[in-house]
Design a protein around this ligand. Sequence first.
Ligand code: HEC
Length: 513
Amino acid sequence: MTDLLAVFGRLHPLLLHLPIGLLAGLVALELVLWARRAIPPAGFMSVWAWMTAASAVVTATAGYVLSREPGYAGETVTNHLRLGIAFAVSSILVAILQSRERYRWAYRVALLASLGLLLPAGHLGATITHGEGFLTEPLRAARPAPDASGDVSTFAGIVQPILEQKCLACHSEAKHKGGLVLHSPETIQAGGFDGPVIVAGDPGRSELMRRLRLPLADEDHMPPDGKPQPTAQEIAAIEAWIAAGAPFEGVVTAIVQPVPVSETPQPVDPAATVAPATPQALEALRQQLVHVEPVESGSPLLWVDFAAAAQRTGDAEAQALLDPVRDQVAELSLSRCQISDATVPLLARMPHLRRLDLRTTLVTDAGVAALRNHAVLEELVLAQTRLSEASVDHLLALPALRRLYLWNSGVSGEGVARLRAALPDVVVDAGDRPDAAVVQAEAAIQLTSDAPLPGQEDTPADLKPVNSVCPVSGSPVNPKYSILFNGRVVGFCCPNCPKEFWADPARFEAKLQ
Ligand code: HEC
């Protein structure tokens, strides 16, 4: 195909508006004349009818040229082409019959026939451009919500609708962009011009994943810039499906149901709807030396920290103390408590829980699974626990997650990489990114001659933290991890907390004590 011819073919989407408008005008004029029993100016209607016919012929020809381009195939294209040619022929007939007084009725029939051909032709054209079901999409009910157990994780239930909405406009039976058709299991497996686009079980080597994950500005990014993009969760769902072996049948528990954007819980002012905790519940916590205070003054929401009671707190103790304040807890540290997975379901039922510290507890994958789909949990500390890869999928199912700490949690580097790839907006700290600006305030080697005077502490006084409890985690401070903040030395429990502190000092400053 010569280049100029190809350009002519691509004018089809522009040209097609001409015959549509002209034919509509012709029909409207005929109706007006018929209703008023009026006689049109000689030749006027004939010129109009011939203009309609000419534009129809040019448009159909351009459409034919366009359909020869690679990437257009299938029944929809063939039918669209046939209807378009039939429309061009019938509009020529209309033009011929228009000027013959004797064939008045034949003319009107031909005119109606043209209209009758134009409507389905236009509809199929829209299907080719925008994908199957474009016209009726607003009428279809929203996708059924999965039942609460999340047991509808099938290809047809989750992955297929994403492909339909975000890919089929270009990779359908009618349009084979890149030689790729994402319409059926067979065509998905067949892949595109460059071969298979999915390697079952290995998202990392799947071309389809690579394209989805490329930066939007990259030429190869899919869907191309300017087209509706899948959400991060939809991409994660496709990835989980491929990782699970890309099965077209059966339930894949690994696929996480993406939260439709419109149904994402809107942030409400939580304080407005929460009743304050009872004095008895607060007193019981304080009796056990559990630190509890409002997250901000006047708020019924609570910051609860078991640091001082950690050694004595097992599942039974934690549950007995926490159940009465279930609705109020917003920030909770159970760090170093002797709690297991048994306590996590209670935490999962805390509707306002935003920050949860479970470091150095006996929590395992089953505990993390219990937190799945928690609507507001933003920060989760799982450092020093005994998790495995299985937790990765559970963590992917936390829609509000913003910060995740996995240092020494048992989740492998590969699992961490998978999380980072699937959750680009989430800070995933696995202790492997040494970007914390920590002043290593380790006591300097002391020579006998500068030994401290009797009564002086071992740590140089000017580097002694002003606080004894880490403002981020609530765990005891290790003076090794200190920073200088507003002229004061602030201590933390681990090398990760200073980073968090720097991200938003105002939030933690009040907790310095
Ligand atoms: C607006 C049109 C359009 C949409 C929408 C679109 N693509 Fe594409 N796609 C193309 C074009 C054009 C090509 C061929 C050019 C290229 O390779 O970049 C292509 C090529 C591809 C290829 C490479 C095929 C091969 O073997 O070379 C993959 C994989 C792909 N698309 C996946 C997707 C996925 C997945 C979606 C939906 C999330 C999607 N595309 C949505 C236009 C589109």
